[in-house]
Design a protein around this ligand. Sequence first.
Ligand SMILES: [Fe+2]
Ligand SMILES: [Fe+2]
Length: 338
Amino acid sequence: MVSVFVIDRQPGQGMSVNPVEAETLSKIAVLTDLEPVVSELMASHEAKRVLWFPAELLEPPPGEDPDHHLRALRERARGISDPARVALALNLLTEEGLPHFHRLLAVYLGTDSIWARWNNLWTAEEDRHGAILHDYTRDAGIFDPVVIEKMQFDYIKAGFEPEWDKDPYRVFVYTSLQERATQVSHANTGKFASQYEPMIGTVLQNVAKEEARHYTFYRSVFKAVLERDPNQGLIAAAKIMPAIDMPGVNMPHFRELADVVRRAGIYGPREYLKIVEELIKYWSIDTMEGLNDLGRAAQEKIMGIPARLERIAQVMELKTRPKSFAFDVIFNREFAME
Ligand SMILES: [Fe+2]
Ligand SMILES: [Fe+2]
């Protein structure tokens, strides 16, 4: 694969610059200008962070026999419903897609500036999410352990190439949406599954809080992009916001897993709609002025997205019929959903 661009590349020197390259270079100038902002956001992110480790959250309380702790966890976890297990599988696999995301951030934001420091910090934090879900679900016996690991293998092997057209701004729009989506999905899965087994509630609350802090970082970065380059910023947002390619589209059984999660009320088009509305407001897209023609067209397109998502959600709900599901990762038991 041709590498997308090198962050310190300069135009000229006998090389002609085509319009796409020129645009990308001006975006790189904006990214460079944002470095002090990122530095401050990183400092405030780290000041608020609670750095937990998976083993600390999963280990037995002081004085409790580890074997008893594990047996009791397995016993409680037997009650975790199949739709809750499906949500856990989807969340675990999404987290384990981290190599795809680390690479995308490195490719789009470069490897020799504060952006690389952020990418490494963010990756170290995210890596604990997959780890804790993997360890919890194995301790608790939620999945067929070999099947889930094979799914993870296939998902990583399949790669993830979103159509971002060499545009670094799309990274921030995507990551803002995606962090919020994972936060909602973890928090709702935690509420749903902890009815049966309370420890998963604590685990997912900790993960969701961290996603919320990542969301704060990325949406603040993109707000700063919009202040510096409103027209190009809106054009990038208009490309990404209508529908995010969930990284999981390349995951085995993704559509059916996502259908179960939607039916369970954990995450679906209505949750995505709320996230889009929240970001339109946070980025003040509705009130932006002084735009050029392309910027205004992008603004109008974005303002039409919530109504479109509402229609999609309605159609999906109208078409939904009771259905039975079975997945080998959760031992092929058949379960029915409305
Ligand atoms: Fe995560
Ligand atoms: Fe995150």
